[in-house]
Each structure stands twice: as C-alpha cells, then as structure tokens.
Design a protein around this ligand. Structure first.
Ligand code: BG6
Length: 525
C-alpha cells in the first residue's frame, strides 16, 4: 500500500499554562515532557505557553529545570534539539507543597498568576493530575477553593485525570460526584493512554473511511472477535499498587474496553466528542451483564508462577517485591463478552490480557465465518480456513487480512496468504509517546478521546459482577500458569468449549501448545 497525501490542518493550541501535579514523578519525565517537546517540534504548542510543576519534593525551579533537562535526553524518543529544549525549559516553574495544604495552593496560585503575566497566556489553564488516585479528589477540591478552576470571560480551565478512575463501580461513581462538586463535566478530561495510540485512533478511520468493510462488519459475516493485550514484563516495581488492582481492574474497564467499543460501535454521525462517545457508551450498555453462575467459566483468572522466557528464568508473582507470599491477585484475565444488539448478537468477543506472557502484543483479531459449503470437499482441501483481519496495535502497527489461495501446482492445494498494511513502511515511524495528541486535544478543548463520566461508570458496571464473584470465591489454584506462556489452561478450555481457539500470534494458527510443557485441546480457527 502507498501513502496518499496526508492533510495537515492543525494549528498551534491557544495560549495556556499547564500545571503538572506530580511534576517530579515518572509520568512527567517519561511521557509528558517528551510529548511536549514533540508538540513544540510540530508547531502545535502555543508560543505563549508555560508549565508550573507542583509536588511534595523539596526543589527549586532551577533544580527542576536541571533534572528535567537530564531526563528528557534519556526518555525522549526523538533527538532533543537544544534550542527547542531551551525554549521549553525557560517556561518551566516549580512550586513545592503538600496536596492537602491550602497554603500551598495559594503559593501555586501566585506562581500561576505571575507566569500568566510573564508568558501572556490569557488565563487559560489545564491541570494534569499525574498523581496517585487518592489525591484526585482532594486536589480538585483545593483547586476549587483556591479559585483555580474558574472559567470566565472566555478563559478556560481543564483538568486531566489519570487512571485508575476508581477501583470499582461505587468508587468511580463517588469520584465522579466529588469532581463534579467543583468542575463541570466539560472541564474533566479522563485520560486513557490507549486512545493516544495511532493504531487505536486508526480503528475509527479504518472502519468508517472504507466502504467495503461496513457491510461485512456484523453478525452475518463475523464469527467472533479476539482482543489481546499481552505483556512480557511482570509487575516491575509496582507490586504494591498491583496487589490492590490486578489484571482485571488494571486493563479491562479502561484499555481493553476502548478497543472493544471502537471495534463494535455504530458509526457516529460526526467526529464531535459526544457523537463518538455516545456510540462507545451504547456498546458498554449493550454488553450482557455476566450472570454470577457463569462467571467462573467465562471469566478466567490466572497468576504467574516461576517460569522462563528466551532462556531467562523468571520469578513467580508471589516472589515479586511488595507482593504477599500467598497473594490472590490475578495477573492474567480472559473474558468472554456478548454484545446484545442487532449487529453483534451471538458474536462473542473474547478478551485476554496478562503479565509475563510469551510475547508483547496488543491486537484485535476479527475472525470471519467460514465459507458456507464444501465446494472443495473432493479436493485435498478438506477444511477451508476462515478469513481473519488482524489489527496490530503494538509493537507491530498495521493491519493484515488472511485469505485462502491456491498453491501453484497440478493438485488443488490451499495456502494462506496475507495482505498487509504496515504503519512504519507506509507512513514512516512516528516516534511519539502517545500523549501528544491527548495533550493537544485537551488544550484545544476536544474531548473525543477522553472518557465521559457515564462511560467510565458503564465500564465498571460490566466488570463489577466479576469482581464480586472473585472476591467471594478467591482462586484456589494460583499460581496457575508459568511465567513466559499464554496464560492458564482454563483460558484455552474456555475457547475450546465454544469450538474455538486463541490465535497463535506467531503462526496465525490456532494456539495448540500454550506452554512448552503442555498442549491444550485442538480447535479450528
Ligand atoms: C497501564 C497499566 O495502564 O497500561 C500497566 O497500569 C500496563 O500495568 C500498561 O503495563 C500497558 O500499556 P502499554 O501502552 O504498554 O500497552
């Protein structure tokens, strides 16, 4: 495929100040600063721009500038242009304070007002809450009390809230309620970094800018959908957090549900934020709530034990730092969900995500129905294979379609071939953090790629019954998969009961040997 003329119509964002809560933390150095530099390179940052960092650490503005200067060279994905960095760093300021201390917000306010004059940012602000979730509500409350959330005379104030947004349905409802005591819904930008990924955004373009797909995109032609987000890393240094979350909370109501809703939603009538988000929300509302008695069969949980990958020995989850030696936290989950609407009735959506799996891959595989009758039965082709469209999200980015074709020769033999679109080959590599578009959209007031309150709550409603059943019946077989494989055998059994199998990412065949040590039931994909 070749790259047609991409249209570039974006303009620099309007003048504004970005306030970063948690300015000395991980997200700021790894993602936010590199993303801001990339935006500056693309001329999308306003020339009247400034950053005020706020955190608990004792530091001066000079010290923060110096620290970020070192870190940005370590974490930026593109070469750092000294002049561009100089331009940005001169606009960075720091305020030290406790997130719960009203006096600190007065100091913050004085700093913001000073910076607004110096940099002529016209009173527009956005606050980025790159902090632990327990601080979301107190910070917003303090901001309100300090008069830092008002919008008047055309000035805007937006607040970006990181994930996790609540840890269950009740806490998400409560958090929404508390934020809305200070802010209105249009000021709240609930971020999900999956929506910053090019290939995730491309899902909408791919589906709705190509007329050949829409007629096929339904229960008449699609057998089932598999959504996979597999990681090879373990819990790294986040054992403490992960113990309170687990794979289901950490990945499903947010990242996997973005992929699910963008795959399944009806065409929106426009790309206006609410037009798109209404359609995504409809899907979440149409997911059949899992009945408690079926949950243990259709919602599989796993936890990794010792294992190995590429010859490297890997520890069990229970031996990771800050993890309880008898932990019941799941590091893997596989779910079968059904969407009860006209388009998707009887088309299962299988979702799986886990840590310490055999390969790092995020993808959506759309499995079409098999050809309807046995035209080839008198030939060596006994079993024509279904077409499959795979949307590769990461690390490969692209789309491939599997087709059956005749292998050249005098006997009729079927081969599988792939038509591929490869992002980097066709459009070049972008070297973006994924936060560029989201930061820019927040500055221009476009909330399309952010979560609305009702969407977050609808996502939690889907998984709440699962959380309840799992809590009442803690897993008794943990650890139940060795690190370095595709999860517990029960996940394969769940598919096998439906006569299906997970796609083997490497061979594009049904997965038959999940772990080197064992082979699971066979099925034809
Ligand atoms: C985060 C989760 O939201 O997403 C992590 O908290 C996970 O546990 C990460 O590793 C995955 O993101 P990505 O972009 O690497 O797929």
């Amino acid at each position: 495929m070749t790259n047609g003329n991409a249209q570039q119509t974006a303009h620099p964002a309007p003048p504004c100040v970005m306030v970063i809560f948690g300015a000395s933390g991980d997200l700021t150095k790894r993602k936010l600063l590199p993303a801001l530099l990339n935006l500056a390179e693309e001329n999308l940052l306003p020339k009247d721009f400034a950053i005020v960092g706020f955190s608990f650490d004792q530091m001066t503005t000079d010290a923060l500038r110096e620290k970020l200067g070192r870190e940005v060279r370590e974490y930026a994905l593109r070469p750092v242009d000294d002049a561009r960095w100089q331009w940005l760093v001169e606009r960075i300021y720091y305020v030290q304070g406790d997130f719960g201390d009203p006096a600190a917000y007065q100091r913050l306010k004085d700093q913001i007002l000073g910076v607004e004059k110096t940099h002529n940012t016209l009173g527009n602000r956005f606050h980025y809450l790159a902090v632990a979730p327990k601080f979301f509500s107190p910070i917003v409350k303090q901001l309100g009390q300090a008069g830092l959330t008002q919008q008047e005379n055309g000035r805007w104030t937006h607040v970006i809230v990181e994930k996790p947004f609540g840890h269950d349905l009740d806490s998400a409802i409560q958090l929404n309620k508390e934020l809305k005591e200070t802010l209105n819904e249009k000021q709240i930008y609930r971020i999900d970094h999956y929506l910053g990924k090019e290939t995730v955004q491309n899902l909408m373009v791919f589906r709705f800018a190509n007329s050949i797909l829409e007629p096929l995109w339904n229960r008449n032609y699609i057998d089932h959908v598999q959504i996979t987000a597999a990681e090879t890393v373990g819990v790294e240094h986040r054992g403490g957090f992960y113990e309170t979350a687990g794979a289901l909370r950490d990945m499903v109501p947010n990242h996997l549900f973005q992929l699910l809703t963008l795959t399944a939603m009806e065409p929106p009538i426009s790309f206006e934020a609410d037009a798109v988000r209404d359609k995504q929300a409809e899907i979440l509302h149409a997911v059949t709530p899992p009945a408690p008695e079926t949950i243990l069969q259709t919602m599989v949980r796993g936890q990794y034990g010792e294992g190995s990958l590429d010859g490297e020995k890997l520890p069990a989850y229970r031996d990771e730092p800050q993890v309880a030696p008898d932990s019941h936290t799941e590091t893997f989950v596989a779910l079968k969900l059904c969407i009860d609407n006209w388009r998707w009735a009887d088309v299962p959506f299988y979702l799986r995500t886990g840590k310490r799996m055999a390969k790092r891959v995020t993808e959506i595989a759309i499995q079409f129905r098999k050809p309807p009758f046995q035209l080839f039965s008198k030939t060596p082709i006994k079993d024509p294979r279904a077409n499959r469209l795979v949307i590769h999200i990461q690390p490969e980015e692209g789309i491939s379609l599997r087709l059956g074709a005749k292998v050249p020769g005098s006997v009729m033999k079927l081969g599988l071939v792939h038509m591929d679109f490869d992002y980097s080959r066709d459009f070049g590599t972008s070297y973006s953090t994924g936060y560029e578009r989201l930061l820019y959209d927040c500055m221009i007031g476009d909330a399309t790629l952010f979560q609305r309150a009702d969407m977050v709550e609808a996502g939690w409603s889907v998984i709440q019954p699962v959380l309840d059943v799992w809590k009442a019946l803690p897993a008794r077989d943990f650890p139940n998969y060795p690190a370095g494989c595709w999860g517990p055998q029960e996940a394969d059994a769940m598919m096998a009961r439906d006569g299906r199998a997970w796609r083997d990412i490497d061979s594009d065949e049904p997965l038959t040997a999940n772990c080197p040590a064992r082979a699971s039931g066979k099925a034809h994909a």
